[in-house]
Design a protein around this ligand. Structure first.
Ligand SMILES: [Zn+2]
Ligand SMILES: [Zn+2]
Length: 370
């Protein structure tokens, strides 16, 4: 007897059942292994990941400082090609190149429809970082294939002129860094101080410049990061191990203080200094991820009488945001590629984690190619 197969069945059989992926097992143990390849349900898509990267948050996961379930595929910065589309996802074709933000809003819940896409929580409402799912609550991007939820809201087509390396950092660090300047309501002519010039701080520096700041003051003690800060738009970079940053900002602003201070590290010292640097009526825009207790000495915020604004922002995601950021790159307003300092294959990701988490060899961001 001869078995006959339909074209659909043959196409199904051609899709490999497994893939390589970086899986979290326990603190200190993220390894690449063979796992089941995802298939899309209604409203979902599967992309073949062509480029991704490692984020500081992934290092917190590796070290056990941010808990995730063992067996989870990590990573939240995907660039890829649509491999399969679930039912109901319209306007896309298999083979389209897409960028997907680190935060994947559903576009339909209370938070999304109230304009707080990053806090998307499928209606549950109160849990912060609800919109961060990849490599957190669902499988992530450090893999050959990635299941994208709410695909209609999250697949951003990549313009033909842009390479994967030009867009991969937009998924998280550029979106987050720029949002520091946007939430800080930087105005044309402002003086902006950006505390810490790691990958996100560097993008906040670029963001402040894009928003129209007249004077951008970076703060970082690392010489290579200080040099990169100038490349990203800082006019001057202060070394906090050598100068009193608060005094220096006061001097540079004729005693007035900065209009906006962006905090991109997440420790007491930089948060407090950010507050001490801004003028009365100024804005502290916080991007850092804090742990433990954060204290607010009364004199640092004028005993509550200084009309200060303190804002926090989680990385804005969704395809509209990604499209906006890609247009900035396409028109030459912003070039994220100098931030990619090292390149690895997915199977070498252990090496990449080691280099990145120990900040060796002047590393800023690594590109991982599955
Ligand atoms: Zn991240
Ligand atoms: Zn939502």
């Amino acid at each position: 007897m001869v078995m006959t197969t339909t074209p659909t069945e043959r196409a199904e059989a051609a899709i490999a059942a497994t893939m390589r992926a970086a899986v979290f097992h326990a603190p200190g143990d993220i390894r690449v292994e063979e796992v089941a390849r995802p298939r899309p349900g209604p409203g979902e898509a599967v992309i073949r990941v062509t480029l991704t990267t490692i984020c500081g948050t992934d290092v917190h996961i590796l070290k056990g400082e941010y808990p995730v379930k063992p067996g989870l595929i990590v990573g939240h910065e995907p660039v890829g090609v649509i491999d399969e589309l679930g039912a109901g996802v319209v306007g896309y074709e298999v083979g389209d190149r897409v960028l997907v933000g680190a935060i994947t809003p559903c576009g339909q819940c209370h938070a999304c429809l109230s304009g707080k896409l990053s806090q998307c929580g499928h209606g549950s409402g109160y849990e912060a970082i609800g919109g961060w799912r990849f490599g957190n609550t669902i499988n992530g991007a450090q893999a050959e294939y990635l299941l994208v939820p709410n695909a209609q809201a999250n697949l951003a087509p990549i313009p033909e002129a842009l390479t994967d390396e030009q867009v991969v950092l937009l998924a998280d660090i550029a979106s987050t860094g720029f949002s520091g300047a946007e939430s800080g309501r930087v105005r044309i002519g402002d003086t902006v101080v950006v505390f810490a010039q790691g990958p996100i701080g560097l993008c906040a520096t670029a963001g402040a410049r894009l928003m129209g700041a007249a004077h951008v003051i970076g703060v970082d003690g690392d010489l290579s990061r200080a040099a990169m800060a100038k490349r990203m738009g800082a006019d001057i970079v202060l070394d906090p191990t050598r100068v009193d940053v608060v005094e220096e900002v006061r001097r540079l602003t004729d005693g007035v203080g900065a209009d906006v201070a962006i905090e991109a590290l997440g420790i007491q010292e930089t948060f407090e200094n950010a507050l001490r640097c801004v003028r009365p009526g100024g804005v502290v825009s916080s991007l850092g991820v804090f742990s433990g207790k954060l204290q607010l000495p009364y004199e640092a915020f004028a005993a509550g009488l200084g009309d200060h604004t303190i804002v926090t922002t989680l990385c804005p995601g969704g395809k509209e945001r990604m499209g906006r950021l890609m247009r900035l790159v396409e028109t030459g307003r912003f070039d994220p590629t100098p931030l990619i300092t090292h390149r690895f294959a997915l199977d070498q990701i252990g090496e990449a984690y080691d280099l990145f988490s120990n900040r060796r060899d002047g590393v800023l961001k690594v590109a991982i190619r599955p």
